[in-house]
Design a protein around this ligand. Structure first.
Ligand SMILES: NC(=O)C[C@H](N)C(=O)O
Length: 477
């Protein structure tokens, strides 16, 4: 296969036409042709993708990428803020948002050199088949984790919503308030049809709706801050002083900076919240009039918009419950409150509509690994989708706590996808002649990779310490 030859020939920029099997793009019998056009002004090689003519508009691509960023991660941010204080949290949030955008720059730059917009193919180009396998496995692991956390929300929240709306007693045993059945129903009737769509671009509308639901969630979190009294306020009658004494415990005080044993979990939580990297190249593939600058703009706008939503959710969630806030913000609100029932429903709809977007790169990775030479085929497309949904359903039915998923994925695959892989691919793919190892961009990339390793080792260490000591770090459940 020509692609294989090309992918194995490191730094070979000579071909002006590459034929790609299209299976991994989910595109029917379309041949990808990339033309490398020399940019005469500065002598650099610039890639023009004429492979697949993308039809997805700039706006729809922003919706899709924002939807890929936004997921269950937002629910853990107020908890993260409670363990860092407002200032440290803002510093971390800004840093990770910036690093995430830089990481996308590295991915787009590498894809431009290789001429193929697929994460696994960057791995292939950088390290040959092992690189491809590692990239595909990490994407699969991460996105299965993300999908599981979304379905977990459906499993735990949907029964509460139904109980609340139908005014049934909490101990009702009806089948339709059993989370296990409900996720199966949601998977079959909502997720499966959407996941079958051949192109991510078609999901732009559902992504837009999903984001609207999250805006409703955010508005309600802000509103609730102003109508909820913190429970840390106590008053008692002093017989000695003969009047009522009010005193406020410091659980209701906002902390600007704090460090405790749970602070270490903040980085994995925020890193997880910003992961969208497996979706970046598929979205780029479908972007209309694609070029690196345009795609980077899509990424920057999406990251900025989600940054604002994350910041507001964290601040107002934290300022409502202060130190008492749990790792899953929704758990904090009264289950009988009709507004909050609607908010729960909105979050649930939002994460359900994110599942097909997150499933897309896994199917692509599986196709690349197991059937690299097969052109698009509906049977394969449908079978992989069914298997993936089946596996994730099983996982969610048997894994008891969302924090296990959050903690482990945030600690391993998130730093790999954001820092390590894009950095390493960039270092290997961008030719020495174009950028020597001692050039500023390459040194930056080396530091970026080092940072990824430090984050990963740090997070894994904390998780192991937590397991060994049996201390619950991330959860208030
Ligand atoms: N797309 C992902 O991998 C996770 C997403 N950033 C979230 O917060 O749920």
């Amino acid at each position: 296969m020509e692609l294989q030859k090309m992918a194995n020939g490191h730094h070979d920029l000579s071909p002006d036409k590459i034929t790609l099997e299209n299976g991994f793009d989910g595109l029917e019998n379309i041949t990808e042709v990339d033309t490398f056009l020399p940019n005469k002004s500065n002598g650099k090689i610039e890639t023009k993708f004429t492979d697949f003519e993308g039809k997805t508009s700039f706006g729809m691509s922003i919706f899709n990428l924002s939807n890929a960023i936004m997921g269950s991660g937002i629910l853990g941010l107020a908890y993260a803020m409670a363990n860092t204080g407002i200032i440290l949290f803002i510093i971390l949030l800004i840093s990770i948002a910036l690093l995430s955008a830089y990481s996308i720059h590295l991915l787009l730059r590498s894809a431009g050199v290789v001429g193929i917009r697929a994460y696994e193919q960057l791995g292939n180009r950088a390290f040959g088949p092992p690189g491809k396998v590692v990239a595909a496995c990490i994407i699969t692991l991460h996105n299965i984790g993300a999908m599981s956390s979304y379905l977990f929300i459906v499993k735990t929240e949907l029964p509460n919503i139904i109980l609340g709306l139908m005014k049934l007693p909490d101990d009702s045993h009806e089948w339709f308030v059993n989370g296990k059945y409900l996720i199966i129903i949601v998977s079959i009737f909502i997720i499966f049809p959407l996941a079958l769509l051949k192109r991510l671009g078609y999901l732009g509308y559902t992504s837009g709706f999903s984001l609207t639901c999250m805006v409703f969630f955010l508005t309600s979190v802000i509103y609730k801050k102003f109508v909820t009294e913190c429970n840390g306020e106590y008053s008692y009658n002093s017989t000695l002083l003969n009047h009522t004494v009010h005193y406020t415990s410091d659980t209701c005080e906002a902390k600007l900076g704090t460090l405790n044993s749970k602070t270490a979990f903040t980085i994995p939580i925020i890193a997880f919240a910003f992961v969208c990297h497996p979706e970046v190249l598929p979205i780029y593939t479908e972007l209309k009039q694609p070029n690196k600058k345009r795609m980077q703009k899509v990424a920057n706008i999406s990251i900025t918009a989600m940054f604002v939503m994350y910041l507001l959710t964290a601040i107002f969630g934290y300022l409502t419950f202060y130190e008492n806030v749990e790792s899953e913000l929704l758990e904090m609100y009264d289950k009988a409150d009709t507004l909050m029932l609607c908010v729960r429903l909105a979050v649930l709809v939002a994460v359900t509509l994110t599942v097909p977007v997150v499933l897309f790169p896994i199917r692509r990775a599986v196709l690349q690994l197991l059937f690299p030479d097969k052109p698009f085929h509906w049977v394969l497309h449908i079978s992989i989708t069914v298997c993936l949904l089946f596996a994730v359903n099983l996982l969610v039915i048997f894994v008891e706590n969302i924090r296990d998923i959050f903690g482990f994925i945030g600690a391993t695959s998130a730093p790999s996808l954001i820092f390590i892989l894009p950095g390493v691919f960039y270092l290997r793919i961008v030719p020495e002649e174009q950028e020597p190892l001692k050039s500023r961009p390459k040194i930056q990339a080396i530091l970026f990779v080092a940072m990824g390793f430090i984050f990963m080792i740090m997070s894994i260490t904390f998780i192991i310490v937590e397991w060994v000591t049996g201390q619950k770090g991330m959860s208030g459940h």
